[in-house]
Design a protein around this ligand. Sequence first.
Ligand SMILES: C[S@@+](CC[C@H](N)C(=O)[O-])C[C@H]1O[C@@H](n2cnc3c(N)ncnc32)[C@H](O)[C@@H]1O
Length: 217
Amino acid sequence: MSQNDDYIPAMGNFSLTFLYDPLMHLAMREAAFKGRLIEQARLAPRQRVLDVGCGTGTLAVMIKLANPEVEVVGLDGDEKILAVAQKKIAKSGMQITFDKAMSFDMPYSDDEFDRVLSSIMIHHLSAENKVLTFKEIFRVLKPGGEVHIADFAASRGQMGHLASHMINLLIPLGHQPKDSLMEIMPRAGFSDVKDHGRFFTLFGTIGFFIGKKLADG
Ligand SMILES: C[S@@+](CC[C@H](N)C(=O)[O-])C[C@H]1O[C@@H](n2cnc3c(N)ncnc32)[C@H](O)[C@@H]1O
């Protein structure tokens, strides 16, 4: 089932990984949209949280700083970017586990996590791998758990359209969201799927999405 051949790293090219954090900071206002994603997830002490496609670990670190009593696990398929994440937390003394694995074939048991968060990762996946990934997210979530996604989404308004064109021209970022998460997430089993709004960045419009794994599902 796993599809490895179309893997797209963070910057579209493994050799550009070193540019990722500065670019995110300058062009994407990452602290603002990642902070909004964390707020949306309404985390509680002792919950287990998985960050899928964690990259350099910025979201995982923000989750832990905002919620020290939450257990955070980051998963990414690129060991080079995970080395950057490990380095980031090494000095801080923070406890975050990083696992190298593919989003559509996760090394976790069923019903392990209270929340799964993912930030600007889903657009890296082919249509087929998006569905497989959401099925995996559904599997590893506990009944009653929630997935919270921030990713490039269909823009609203002229500035949003312009920014979407810019990102397509500048970086080969992969599979842009012609297929809506609002359709894919229910196909993977999620209920109460909601579009939670938009956030403008220089590199495109970010959409926020929520899905629930029903407690009695
Ligand atoms: C644009 S980066 C986003 C990183 C981080 N979530 C953030 O918001 O800064 C996308 C990440 O997804 C990872 N990725 C892409 N396809 C993946 C897959 N199938 N499984 C796991 N990770 C994947 C890449 O290695 C990269 O680190």
